[in-house]
Ligand binder design. Structure first.
Ligand code: DQA
Length: 146
C-alpha cells in the first residue's frame, strides 16, 4: 500500500525562485516537488505537495492528512509559523507526525521570526539548508526516524 507524505506550504512560497533569492535561493516549489518525487521513487511512498496563502486552508489540509492516514506531513507554514495558534492546535489535534521545514534559519533572522508555534507541536524541525531542508526532512521520514 502506498503511503502518502503531505508536503504543505504556506503563504508566499508560491513565489519561491523569484522571492528574495538571496534568502530563499532560486529553486521553485515545482523544482523541490520534482526532487521529492525522485526521492520517494521505488520506496512505496507518494508525495502530495500543496501550497496556499490561506491559514485556514493549512488547518483543513492538516485535518485531511490525518483523516486519510498519511505517513507524515512536512510543513513549511511560512510566516504563519510565527503567528498561528490555530496551526499549533491543529498539529496537536492530529496523530500524524509533522516535521517543521524552513529554507532559511528563522532563528538567525529578525526577532519576530524566533517564535515558532509550529515548532511547539512538530516532532522535528529542519531549517537553514535552503531547498535541501525539504529533502533532509523527507529523509528523516523515509529512514523511519519519525
Ligand atoms: C520561511 C521562514 C519564515 O520566517 C518566512 O515567513 C517564510 C519562509 C522559510 O522557509 O525560510 O515565508 O518559512
Amino acid at each position: 500500500m502506498t503511503e502518502t507524505i503531505y508536503v504543505l506550504n504556506g503563504p508566499n512560497l508560491n513565489l519561491l525562485g523569484l522571492r528574495e533569492p538571496e534568502i530563499y535561493g532560486s529553486d521553485t516549489l515545482d523544482d523541490i516537488a520534482g526532487r521529492l518525487e525522485d526521492q520517494v521513487h521505488g520506496t512505496g511512498h507518494s508525495i502530495d505537495m500543496r501550497q496556499t496563502n490561506h491559514e485556514g486552508m493549512l488547518v483543513d489540509w492538516l485535518h485531511e492528512a490525518n483523516a486519510e492516514g498519511a505517513r507524515a506531513i512536512l510543513l513549511n507554514a511560512g510566516a504563519y509559523t510565527h503567528t498561528s495558534i490555530a496551526l499549533l492546535d491543529a498539529i496537536r489535534a492530529i496523530t500524524i507526525p509533522v516535521i517543521e521545514v524552513h529554507l532559511s534559519d528563522p532563528k538567525t533572522r529578525e526577532a519576530f521570526r524566533h517564535t515558532s508555534y509550529v515548532g511547539m507541536a512538530a516532532v522535528k524541525t529542519v531549517e537553514g539548508h535552503g531547498a535541501k531542508s525539504y529533502e533532509i526532512a523527507l529523509t528523516h521520514v523515509l529512514d523511519g526516524d519519525i
